[in-house]
Design a protein around this ligand. Structure first.
Ligand code: 3PG
Ligand code: MG
Length: 396
């Protein structure tokens, strides 16, 4: 890997600016999901154990350079302290006097969280003056925030150019998993792409079909492809203005020797609601009042038989309306098969982006995947083949 990792960092007595993604779900000032906190604990512990002063930098929400109480990171300091079972100090600004004073009182190994970096306009502007203000507070920079690495902001990108920069352990694991999955994968490679819309995933599909052997398309976005093939889709969600684009993607896949796998049957209903009366039809026979809400059993069996021969899987997006039972069955079945094959050592499986983690958790398959990314936008941009600025800045 062309990154410095913590293996080569001398941290004893150093002020370590550790950029994390603490943009966690919060309700009424209480953190409701600590996944992103759990992910960075090993790096915090390691820096602390090596005698570094852990100074956490993070953004929260989109306060656009204004100080907004509802976007304060103070509740996250409490959640972190509880999770790591150690005191976590908090400073109510990420630059200036209050930050400097809080850092001065730290002993080696102590942990401090600085207030939301996005309370300053310089953060999103990647303003060199702001970068310099933050850089003054540290000796070393460690980036642990893959999920914010698609932003070229002061604390996700700028700092890496002015301080000795290292990838944190989660960043390192994420980059290794993604490299194994798409840069240097073992073939055959399958991508599973689902979700409601193709409009947000056009670039991603274009990039993937050049890299993978099979591209499974499910969820609402598959309907636009079925329509492009002249299939009846009834009242299903469909992006009619993108039917030509869908046709072009199908043609490009042929040229690139990528097999596009679309549903061959579907679970349809006339209402978009949990437990709406439903039945299974071949995709040639969707009724005019039907809505396609999930894969049918033949589609599932076909994808599973392809998975048996697959060595590497990249997954983004649910294959049906997974939040409404029973329309989660297709997603659950394919996810569980991927989980089993991973456990049997036959498959390397990487998943991430948006609803994907929730869908795989619901399928009880998340734990078995080789790597599960908590990144949304960053994971998608990576699937699009883009170089993420936060990652690029870490390259040696
Ligand atoms: C995320 O939660 O996806 C990241 O923290 C990035 O947040 P942003 O989309 O507000 O930049
Ligand atoms: Mg986001």
């Amino acid at each position: 890997m062309s990154f410095n990792t913590l293996d080569s960092a001398d941290l004893k007595g150093k002020r370590v600016l550790l950029r994390v993604d603490f943009n966690v779900p919060m309700e009424n000032g209480v953190v409701t999901d600590r996944t992103r906190i759990h992910r960075v604990l090993p790096t915090i512990e390691e820096i602390s154990a090596k005698g570094g002063k852990v100074i956490l930098l993070a953004h929260f929400g989109r306060p656009k350079g204004e100080r907004k109480e509802e976007d304060s990171l103070r509740p996250v300091a409490a959640a972190l302290a509880e999770t790591i079972k150690r005191p976590v100090a908090f400073a109510d600004d990420c630059i200036g006097e209050s930050a400097r004073e809080a850092i001065e009182t730290l002993a080696d190994g102590d942990i401090l969280l600085l207030e939301n970096t996005r309370f300053h306009k310089g953060e999103e502007k990647n303003d060199p003056a702001f970068v310099a203000e933050v850089a003054k507070l540290g000796d070393v920079y460690v980036n642990e925030a893959f999920s914010a690495a698609h932003r070229a902001h002061a604390t996700t990108e700028g700092l890496a150019h002015v301080l000795p920069a290292y990838a944190g352990r989660t960043m390192q694991a994420e980059l290794q998993a993604l490299t194994r999955a798409l840069e240097h994968p073992e073939h055959p490679v399958m991508a599973v792409v689902g979700g409601a819309k193709i409009s947000t995933k056009l670039e991603l599909l274009g990039n993937l079909l050049r890299k993978v052997d099979a591209l499974v398309i499910g969820g609402g976005m598959a309907n636009t492809f079925l329509a492009a093939q002249g299939k009846p889709i009834g009242k299903s969600l469909c992006e009619h203005d993108l039917i030509d684009k869908a046709r072009a993607i199908l043609a490009e896949a042929k040229g690139a020797d990528c097999e596009i796998v679309l549903p061959i049957d579907a679970t349809v209903a006339q209402k978009f609601a949990a437990h709406a009366p439903s039945h299974i039809v071949a995709v040639d026979h969707v009724g005019e009042n039907d809505m396609i809400l999930d894969l049918g059993p033949k589609s599932v069996a076909h994808i599973e038989s392809l998975l048996e021969k697959t060595r590497t899987l990249v997954w983004n997006g649910p294959l049906g309306a997974f939040e409404l039972p029973p329309f989660d069955e297709g997603t659950n079945a394919v996810a569980q098969t991927a989980a089993r094959l991973t456990c049997e050592g036959k498959l390397l499986s990487v998943a991430g982006g948006g609803d994907t983690v929730a869908a795989l958790n619901q399928a009880h398959a998340a734990q078995e995947f080789t790597y599960l990314s908590t990144a949304g936008g960053a994971f998608l941009e990576w699937l699009e083949g883009k170089e993420l600025p936060g990652v690029a800045a870490l390259r040696t």
